[in-house]
Ligand binder design. Structure first.
Ligand SMILES: NC(=O)c1ccc[n+]([C@@H]2O[C@H](COP(=O)([O-])OP(=O)(O)OC[C@H]3O[C@@H](n4cnc5c(N)ncnc54)[C@H](OP(=O)(O)O)[C@@H]3O)[C@@H](O)[C@H]2O)c1
Length: 176
């Protein structure tokens, strides 16, 4: 089972403002930078409850028929999404991935700040793709957080785009 991260941040490392605004990110994800290809490669999207709540403010459900798992210890109202394959789960990151693998998934896309951090802490992310948007916002919801030990990365490639986006892909190396 592979698990990957693919997200956009300000140059100072924030994925959203404190009030969840995403206005500093380009509309519609900006210049094409490989998201569609990445999204096509995953068979399940695992998002934190706070990211789910933000997505529910969008005009339309953006994930189509892709299987989506919302992580929450509480109640999540999925009534408006009856037509889509969305479920709620809770548990340790390793258990979540085990359950998804037992259900036939082989590549999970992990999204949401705290959620990404918990999967990184558990050593469960293999690929990390961060696209930096050329802006500093000073404060916000961070992509990264504390770790029990360093997580060494292997730089795979960096691509810069005319609009100023800089996408870097890393492989997470197994901690020594
Ligand atoms: N720039 C980008 O690419 C990007 C990408 C994704 C998200 N975002 C933004 O990031 C913000 C949200 O990030 P965030 O760090 O605040 O939160 P988050 O990771 O989206 O959600 C955190 C919540 O997820 C639930 N959760 C996480 N792991 C769990 C587990 N193992 N078991 C059960 N529940 C679990 C908990 O919900 P409960 O409290 O309900 O238990 C927790 O409070 C939003 O503004 C979103 O728009 C930006």
């Amino acid at each position: 089972m592979r698990a990957s991260v693919f997200c956009g941040t300000s140059v100072d490392g924030f994925i959203a403002r404190r009030d969840d605004a995403l206005d500093f990110l380009p509309d519609d994800g900006g210049e094409p930078h490989g998201f569609d290809e990445f999204f096509a490669s995953v068979d399940v999207l695992v998002i934190g409850r706070r990211t789910f709540e933000k997505v529910m403010t969008f005009d339309a459900w953006p994930y189509g028929d892709k299987r989506v798992v919302v992580l929450s210890h509480g109640d999540v109202d999925l009534k408006r999404l009856a037509a889509f394959p969305v479920a709620v789960m809770a548990g340790a990151p390793a258990d979540i991935l085990e359950r998804l693998e037992a259900d036939g998934a082989s590549h999970a896309y992990i999204d949401g700040g705290l959620t990404i951090q918990s999967f990184l802490r558990a050593g469960l992310i293999q690929t990390l793709t961060v696209t930096r948007v050329p802006v500093l916002i000073g404060d916000g919801i961070p992509l990264f957080g504390s770790l029990p030990q360093d997580l060494r990365l292997r730089h795979v490639c960096t691509t810069s785009y005319a609009s100023g986006l800089v996408k870097s892909e890393y492989e997470v190396l197994i901690a020594p």
